[in-house]
Each structure stands twice: as C-alpha cells, then as structure tokens.
Ligand binder design. Structure first.
Ligand SMILES: Nc1ncnc2c1ncn2[C@@H]1O[C@H](COP(=O)(O)OP(=O)(O)O)[C@@H](O)[C@H]1O
Ligand SMILES: [Mg+2]
Length: 299
C-alpha cells in the first residue's frame, strides 16, 4: 500500500438483517482511499449508508464483505486488530453528530478530555492530565476558564468543541466526523468547520468527513465521494465534482443546494433522480484523472 494512503476501504459491503427473510444492503461494495493529510468527504442523503461506512471504519460494525486497511493494518482481521490494539484505539477517533450530548454531565471538561488518556494509559506529554486538557481546549479555541465547567453549563457549540478536544487528546492521525455539525446553529457550524480546516492545514490531521450538506463539503473537502443507496456514484476532487458533475444523481444533489440569490433560486430547475441506471451491476469508470463515475453494466 502506498505510504501516503492512511485509510483504504476495499469492496466494503454491509448488510443489516431486518428479519428472517429480509436483508438490507446498506453499503454495497464501495472502495475509496483517504490520503494522509486530506479531508475526504462522504456525501449523500439520509439513509444512503454514510454512518454505516463510518461505523465499519471504527470497528463498531463488522463488514459483511470487503476489507478496511488503516495504516496498512486490516482492521477487519481479528488477529491484526489484536496485534495493533493500541494504535487502532488511539490513532482513529470518531466525532458524532450527538457527541456533545453524550458527554457525561457529571464530569468537568478537564475530566472528559483526560479520560481517554487515562483509559489508554497514555503518558501525558505536558506533565499532568489537567495540563493536557488545557492544551487540547486551547487547540479547539477555548481557554482554561472552561476546564472546570460541566457540559450543562456550556453551549452546544462549546460542548462539541469539548468532544473534539477529547478525540484530539489521543493525537489521532484520522478523525472520522459523522455529521459533526448537523445539530448546531448555523453560526456555530461555521466555527467548527473552520476549526477542522485549521486542524488539517496547521496540524496535518486527516479527516473522513461525512455530511449531507454539499455547500460544507465544497468548502472543506479536498476530494469527495457521493453515496446513493450504499453505492458510490461519483468520486472526484471537490472542485472537479462541483464544476463538472457527471452522474445524474450528483447533478440532482447539486441542484438542491440553496442559492443565496432569490431570483436565481426561483429560476432554478428542480432535478429529481429516479435511481435509473443504479439498480443493477456496474462499476466506477475514470472519466478524467481522479474523477470516477458509476457506469451501469450493459445488459
Ligand atoms: N442497526 C440497524 N439495523 C437495521 N437497519 C439499519 C441499522 N442502521 C442503519 N440501518 C439502515 O441502513 C441504511 C443506511 O443507514 P445509515 O448508514 O445510518 O445512513 P446515513 O448515515 O447515510 O443516514 C438505512 O436504510 C438505515 O435505515
Ligand atoms: Mg448517518
């Protein structure tokens, strides 16, 4: 595996068994690589399988088929997982949409941030857990006055920052962010997005950034994949994806981004996607360098 690839998802399929006879193929044979230092976006409507991918990457769910390599370690293989337990526990962190609301209300910000270091027996480079927590808080734009605050005393945006600081305390290489801003006010969303951009540009973090909001993906991500019913229909550098969308579903999704100008907004055609050409077999074909588009197999 190339050295600059941090995460490699290969032919990943995940099925949920709904009943004795019914199986839901939530993720259907997808492949993508995340390069070190990039923000890779995974976009799609609700139910397209984004969180299922994230949970497979984090070993919260076991893939039905396929493999996931993180730092060259196959995380789907129990023996490899055991041999690299500490690396996997510290170097991959996830931030959920509701991370902020899942913080223990009886612990202070300092205790919350320090807890993973204690669980993983990590020696604190800055001398004490409190010093470490202060450092991490500072990192996410909060000062030491927040150290002794409890989650109910903080705003939603501040709580999400504490959740991010907690993830960062492990100094992970990869941050999986599953719709991390969806439950925040719009003004706070921008702050968190800018924080992610800062973390990437100044500190070299790698992100798997999951969103249904294309405007955010356009601003934040280097490359992005569009997910539809568990399949990647298009994958490209973000600028290319937005200037030259090729798959009808991507076009439909792009047409659904609100345009600030009300006249243009009214004149805009509403494209609906009927799933045509995505019900059978097919594969991703490269239309230009790094730009992959799903092509249905000829029958
Ligand atoms: N634990 C589960 N059991 C059964 N079906 C599930 C479960 N989790 C998710 N699903 C289904 O899998 C599909 C993909 O879900 P999810 O990955 O959460 O999508 P997204 O994050 O894009 O909204 C959806 O149809 C959802 O209803
Ligand atoms: Mg989800």
């Amino acid at each position: 595996m190339a050295d600059d690839i941090l995460l490699s998802v290969r032919h990943l399929t995940h099925c949920f068994r709904l009943s004795k006879r019914q199986v839901l193929r939530a993720v259907d044979g997808i492949s993508f690589d995340v390069q070190r230092g990039e923000i890779f976006g995974l976009v799609g409507e609700s139910g397209s399988g984004k969180s299922t991918v994230a949970r497979c990457v984090m070993n919260i769910l076991r893939p039905t088929q396929g493999e996931i390599l993180f730092n060259g370690v196959n995380v789907c293989d129990a023996a490899q997982r055991r041999a690299n337990k500490k690396m996997l526990q510290t170097q991959r962190q996830i931030i959920f949409q509701d991370s902020a609301s899942s913080l223990n209300p009886r612990m202070t910000a300092a205790e919350i941030i320090a807890e993973p270091m204690q669980i993983n027996h990590i020696t604190t480079p800055r001398g004490s857990c409190r010093a470490e927590a202060e450092f991490q808080l500072h990192y996410v734009g909060m000062d030491a006055s927040y150290l002794d605050k409890y989650p109910p005393e903080l705003s939603g945006g501040m709580r999400q920052r504490v959740a991010i600081a907690r993830a960062l305390s492990m100094e992970p290489e990869l941050l999986v962010a599953d719709e991390p801003i969806a439950s925040l006010d719009v003004s706070i969303q921008a702050q968190i997005i800018n924080l992610f951009k800062h973390l990437q540009e100044e500190h070299g973090f790698t992100f798997l950034f999951i969103a249904h909001d294309l405007a955010v993906v356009r601003y934040l991500c280097d490359r992005a994949a569009v997910l539809y019913h568990g399949k990647i229909v298009e994958l490209a550098p973000t600028a290319e994806l937005f200037s030259n969308p090729c798959h009808p579903y991507t076009k439909a999704l792009l047409s659904a981004i609100p345009i600030p100008d009300p006249r243009k907004e009214r004149a805009r055609p509403l494209v609906k996607f009927d799933g045509k050409g995505l019900r059978g077999e097919g594969r991703l074909e490269e239309v230009s360098a790094g730009h992959l588009v799903w092509k249905e197999a000829e029958t």
